[in-house]
Design a protein around this ligand. Structure first.
Ligand code: ZN
Length: 508
């Protein structure tokens, strides 16, 4: 899953030293400087003409009918396919091999005539996928999260692609009540730790232009979290933006220390699977809703939650989001799981048509109460690898294990699971403070056995000081699944547990 895209230009030496000086100042003063700066200087995003046009256009299109949205998608798809055929060597070759011409794409249903594109295809054909008619000097190469397997790179044209991303992000933020310039806090990856403040590696920073308080998501020991809460009390952000796994750690922290004085208007989450138990914890802790976002760094598909948080609206102006089954046939039946396939309209430098991911999702039925007539996703279910396997071959979603309200969770700061063999599961636990280790390990095991059958799983608990973040985005992956899982297994097991899935969706 992707993340909020950063726009940070190169800085001159002079600029760096001024910035370094500013970083020594107290937060309140920096916030004032930020206010002045935003008043006097044009904003790199909010005052950009292309951004404004796109953003205003999206304000209109959100109320388009499904017919209008689909008509727009068809026009975009036809233009993109023509461009790919005429200018992208890889697509010229693939289309010619199967004797497909751009004119064969006459309706949206014709999309299935185009072969799926795998990560492996992209990796092997990276140069052949770049359009010949673009100025290579304008292209930026961005690698995707890659928490599992090798990272994958995509060429795109800067700053256009990011401005377009921001326009979609800000539309959703607006649904939560955000206005440009509003204060928000963001728990970010390790990048802020490269900054030094008062001679030490920073755990927080402030971004003047966005009015954003940055907190490090890799430093989440209680001593840091207390410090973050103090910063939040001083800064008074209206919103918080973070990874779901950080939301879980933070929600537990609030509960553990009975912190109830920090209330927000909304939380934006992104980049990882958001489990219902995490949502419940963070929403009650901060007294507001979580607006989750599903996106891909490959710029192919995008879906967001509205103010009703009932499933996800597919951003149909962004691209086409399909679901396919294990035989790569389209899944159109609502409630049925498939993997996400995306065709993005925004990246002409390296168009990816029908890009196949491992992310599991199902379509929702009916229309949303907000009145926006888009296709909707009922739920995202993580990746095919987010399941654990019993010794009888039964699959269980890892989020089941963390759903309980047991007291033991108040003693756990961070947790992740590892599975190397069927019927075996290791829980790696970083305790909240100095609890008796043997006792805590026993309690965690007992809690896990309320969900798992002792005949089907041997559970081991490993206590550690902290859990290393993985991948270049430094995320905390909740499950390290070493077993090769197939989509067919997951779909099979999901149709067996449908009654539970329905119950979940009704309760939201
Ligand atoms: Zn809605």
């Amino acid at each position: 899953m992707s993340e909020y895209v950063e726009l940070r230009g190169d800085r001159s030496v002079m600029h760096v030293s001024v910035a370094a000086l500013r970083k020594q100042l107290p937060l309140s003063l920096r916030a004032h400087i930020g206010w002045v700066r935003r008043k006097v200087a044009p904003h790199r995003i909010w005052d950009n003409a292309y951004f404004i046009d796109t953003y205003n256009w999206l304000q209109e299109t959100q109320w388009w009918s499904r017919d209008q949205l689909e008509q727009y998608q068809l026009e975009q798809l036809q233009a993109l396919v023509r461009h790919a055929y005429e200018n992208v060597p890889y697509y010229r070759r693939v289309f010619d091999e199967i004797k497909l011409k751009p004119r064969d794409i006459a309706t949206l249903d014709d999309l299935v005539k185009i072969p799926l594109l795998t990560k492996e295809d992209v990796r092997k054909n990276i140069e052949g996928l770049v359009a010949r008619n673009v100025d290579r000097r304008r292209l930026e190469y961005t690698t995707t999260g890659g928490s599992t397997g090798e990272p994958l790179g995509v060429y795109h044209e800067q700053p256009r692609t990011n401005l377009r991303e921001w326009a979609f992000h800000y539309r959703q933020w607006g649904w939560a009540g955000y206005r440009f310039g509003d204060r928000y806090a963001k728990m970010a990856r390790g990048m802020i730790e490269r900054i030094k403040m008062n001679g030490e590696r920073a755990s927080w920073d402030y971004a003047t232009d966005l009015n954003e308080l940055l907190l490090s998501s890799t430093k989440m020991h209680d001593e840091y979290l207390h410090k973050y809460m103090d910063l939040i009390r001083k800064f008074k952000p209206r919103f918080l933006c973070l990874y779901p796994n950080s939301a879980l750690i933070l929600g537990r922290f609030l509960q553990r220390h009975s912190i109830t004085d920090i209330k927000l208007q909304g939380i934006f989450s992104d980049s990882e699977m958001l489990y219902p138990s995490t949502r419940e914890l963070a929403e009650s802790g901060f007294g507001c809703k979580i607006y989750d976002h599903y996106g891909l760094t490959e710029y192919v598909a995008d879906a967001v939650q509205c103010e009703w948080c009932d499933g996800y609206h597919v951003n149909m102006e962004y691209g086409i989001l399909e679901l396919v089954d294990e035989e790569f046939r389209p899944v159109t039946q609502t409630g049925s799981l498939g993997t996400v396939v995306g065709t993005g309209f925004g990246n002409y430098s390296m168009p990816l048509l029908r890009y196949r991911t491992n992310d599991l999702a199902s379509f929702a039925s009916g229309t949303c109460r907000c009145g926006r007539d888009t296709a909707r996703i009922q739920e995202f279910r993580g990746r095919v690898g987010d399941f654990i396997v019993s010794n009888t071959g039964k699959l269980i979603t890892v989020n089941m294990l963390l759903g309980g309200h047991s007291l033991v969770w108040s003693k756990v700061r961070e947790i992740k699971f590892r599975q190397e063999r069927e019927g075996e599961l290791t829980a790696i636990v970083a305790p909240a403070s100095s609890f008796d280790e043997k006792e805590l390990a026993e309690e965690v095991r007992d809690e896990l056995y309320t969900y798992l059958d002792e005949d089907e799983f041997a559970v081991y608990v490993e206590l550690v000081d902290s859990i290393p973040r993985t991948g270049e985005r430094l995320k905390l992956a909740i499950l390290e699944q070493k077993l090769p899982l197939r989509l067919a297994d997951v779909r099979q097991s999901s149709s067996e547990e449908t009654p539970m899935a329905e119950e979940n969706s009704n309760s939201r």
